[in-house]
Structure formats: structure tokens, C-alpha cells
Write a protein that binds this ligand. Structure first.
Ligand SMILES: *Cc1c(COP(=O)(O)O)cnc(C)c1O
Length: 375
């Protein structure tokens, strides 16, 4: 099956009673147990709505098994703490999502788990591994500069040294990138972004091989970050349109990136689909599309001033929805990062991060153009 067909038909729950073609929403938190071996309970991640949506996500990622969480951070924290124990070492890319970075910094050390933060180059990642390294954690493309990590080679290091590899695949989505098929062991998503896709749903996902998923699920039952039936259903419904949404968003993003690249008020555009981008070659080898996130820098005007002039595009936090949204990372996602570190990472005060939606790209370009030129 092609991905468009999988989005619609994979997983789900056959409604034998009515023949309805959608998964019913099973609201019970208590299930009878006398005549069955199963013990259904939301926190055990085995209820019908959880299983219906997990099956669909696994097929989209090409993975064996998975778990749906109540947030992206619930997925990330649970995965890290289920696969690492006191005395272990982890190699963590330094450009990851702010919340993941904070989690690593604040919680691994006090549990006796050491870690090394590294750059995105494979040589740096390899050099950071030690004899007790148990896990390598990466993200690609990164936020907000859209840098690209060579996923196949990182997976190769893991396989060669017996180290588990974990990736946050939120920005790429399963439509544009399937790290599992490139050899990565655990693939994570903040489902709050593209998987949900309408800025109205909060969830997270982890998919992995069966034996690894079983380890994660066991810890997850202790931590309790499970997803409720209604949200599972909304996620399942959203996934039916994932491929058409992301395809349109990706197409729009490339057009906007090309437009911005030529504009005299724009000094830099970061989009892995531009030949000028440092990650273009690797991205071409591991992504089927370059995604719908991009960032750019303005000459002689502030990010805030530009955002106030926009008429369609909404200055808002979060990303991945059908609405095009924009933010300035220096006062939002990277506000807590010190000025020096921001400078080293390349996040300036007039950098803007655009999450491209499904609107007509002509309207979006016109909106950006009038805001750039109106001065
Ligand atoms: C938003 C985000 C997260 C965190 O997800 P929540 O659903 O907000 O907990 C993790 N990784 C990336 C790349 C994100 O964009």
C-alpha cells in the first residue's frame, strides 16, 4: 500500500455491531475481566482506541509496535528513562527541542546517568561514545535552523557498537522520513504538531521493534502518561489526512523558500530543500520531501515589526498545523537559552521560523511580500 492509502485504511477498529466505517470511541475506564485473559486499562496502553491508532502509526513509520502518550514530552521522557539506568552514558545532540534538552540536563544526572552533548556531525557523535554508552539521541531536521543529521550513519554507529539509537522525527513526519527504515531503533513524535495537524490536539508517540516497545510500555505504565480515548480517536482521524496535508505543506514550503531566497530584504533562508542549504545532499538521500518548516533572517528590520504586518500568517507558538504560523525563536522557543549560546547556534534576534500550512501558496507569498515591502 502507498502512504496515502495507509493513512486512510491502516489500523482502526472494525465496528462489527453497526458496520460504521469509523472507529467507535470507547469511553470506559473499567472493563469486565472474568471471561477474558486481557486486562484492559488506559494506563496499560491496551484499550481499543489506543490500539487502533497505534496500528496506523506503526504502518506509517514501518515499525513493529508503538505507544501513544499524552504529550510529546511524555513520550520522550518515558523512552529515555526506560532505556537508560544508573551508570549508563548517553550521547545527545545539542540542537534538539528545548524541552528535551531541559529534560536531559535536569534529570539524567541526578539519576546517575551521564551524558555528552554533541554537534550534529557523525564524527562528533562517534567521538562522544564511550564503553558505557547505551543510547544516542538525535533530531533531524533541527529547530529552528533546519540542520540535517546523517541518520543512516548514526544508525550504523549504533549497530556497530551495540548502542540504541533514538530520533525525534516530529519535523519530518512519517510522510517525508522513516528513520526506522534507515536503521534507527526508536522513533519519537510530538503528535501535537503534524500528526494532529490542526493545533487542537496534544499527544506523543514512540514506535520501535517489539522487544524495545515492550520495555518502554512497562515503564510507561508506571509513569502514567497515557492518551485518552477521545484524543486517540482525534489523532486517528487526523492521520487519515496526514499525507495530503504534509504533501501540500511541503510543496508550499519549497515555493516560499525559493521566493524568500531571492528577496532583497532577506539575508538568509534555512530550508533543507534549497540546494544552497548545508544539509541538502544528506536530506535528499534520507527524506522523500523536505518538510514544511523553514526559517529566515531579515535585513534592517526586526522580526516583531515584520510579524505585525502579516495579514494571513499568524504569529503563534507551536507548529505543524494547517494554518501557517510564524514565530521568532529568540523570544519564544529559545528565550531561556543564554545570548552567547544563541549566538553560537546561529539564532539571531531577527530570525523568523515559519510553519507552512495548507493555504494557497500564492496567498501566503503575497502576504509575506506585502509585509516585507511595507516599510
Ligand atoms: C513540540 C515538540 C516536542 C514536545 O512535544 P509536546 O507535545 O509539546 O510535549 C518535542 N520535539 C519536538 C521537535 C517538538 O517540536
Amino acid at each position: 500500500m502507498h502512504i496515502d492509502t495507509k493513512c486512510v485504511h491502516a489500523g482502526g477498529y472494525p465496528d462489527a455491531q453497526t458496520g460504521g466505517i469509523n472507529t467507535p470511541i470507547f469511553t470506559s475506564s473499567a472493563y469486565k475481566y472474568l471471561d477474558t485473559d486481557t486486562r484492559l486499562y488506559q494506563r496499560y496502553f491496551n484499550t481499543p482506541n489506543q490500539e487502533a491508532v497505534v496500528k496506523k502509526i506503526c504502518e506509517l513509520e514501518g515499525a513493529e509496535d508503538g505507544i501513544v502518550f499524552s504529550s510529546g514530552m511524555a513520550a520522550i521522557s518515558t523512552v529515555l528513562l526506560s532505556l537508560l539506568k544508573s551508570g549508563d552514558h548517553a550521547v545527545v545532540q545539542d540542537e534538539i527541542y528545548g524541552g528535551s534538552h531541559a529534560f536531559v540536563e535536569e534529570h539524567l544526572g541526578k539519576l546517575g546517568i551521564s551524558f555528552t552533548l554533541t554537534g550534529r556531525e557523525v564524527q562528533e557523535i562517534e567521538k562522544a561514545t564511550k564503553t558505557n554508552t547505551k543510547l544516542i539521541y538525535i533530531e533531524s531536521p533541527t529547530n529552528p535552523l533546519l540542520n540535517v543529521v546523517d541518520i543512516r550513519r548514526v544508525a550504523g554507529i549504533g549497530k556497530q557498537r551495540g548502542i540504541l539509537t533514538v530520533i525525534d522525527n516530529t519535523f519530518a513526519t512519517p510522510v517525508n522520513q522513516n528513520p526506522f527504515l534507515l536503521g534507527i531503533d526508536v522513533v519519537l513524535h510530538s503528535g501535537t504538531k503534524y500528526l494532529g495537524g490542526h493545533s487542537d490536539l496534544y499527544c506523543g508517540v514512540a514506535v520501535a521493534r517489539k522487544d524495545i516497545a515492550a520495555i518502554i510500555r512497562k515503564t510507561a505504565a508506571n509513569f502514567g502518561g497515557s492518551l485518552n480515548a477521545m484524543s486517540c480517536y482525534m489523532l486517528e482521524r487526523s492521520l487519515k489526512t496526514l499525507s495530503i496535508r504534509v504533501e501540500r505543506q511541503t510543496h508550499n514550503a519549497l515555493r516560499i523558500a525559493r521566493f524568500l531566497e531571492k528577496h532583497h530584504v532577506v539575508s538568509m533562508v534555512n530550508y533543507p530543500g534549497l540546494e544552497s542549504h548545508s544539509g541538502y545532499k544528506i536530506a535528499s538521500s534520507q527524506m522523500s520531501g523536505f518538510g514544511a518548516m523553514l526559517s529566515f533572517e531579515l535585513k534592517d528590520r526586526t522580526a516583531i515589526d515584520f510579524m505585525r504586518r502579516l495579514r494571513i500568517i499568524k504569529p503563534a507558538l507551536s507548529l505543524g498545523g494547517v494554518d501557517t504560523t510564524i514565530c521568532d525563536p529568540a523570544t519564544t522557543s529559545h528565550q531561556k537559552v543564554s545570548g552567547d549560546v544563541r549566538k553560537r547556534l546561529g539564532i539571531s534576534g531577527n530570525l523568523l521560523r515559519l510553519s507552512v500550512g495548507i493555504e494557497s501558496v500564492e496567498d501566503l507569498i503575497e502576504d509575506i511580500q506585502q509585509a516585507l515591502e511595507d516599510k
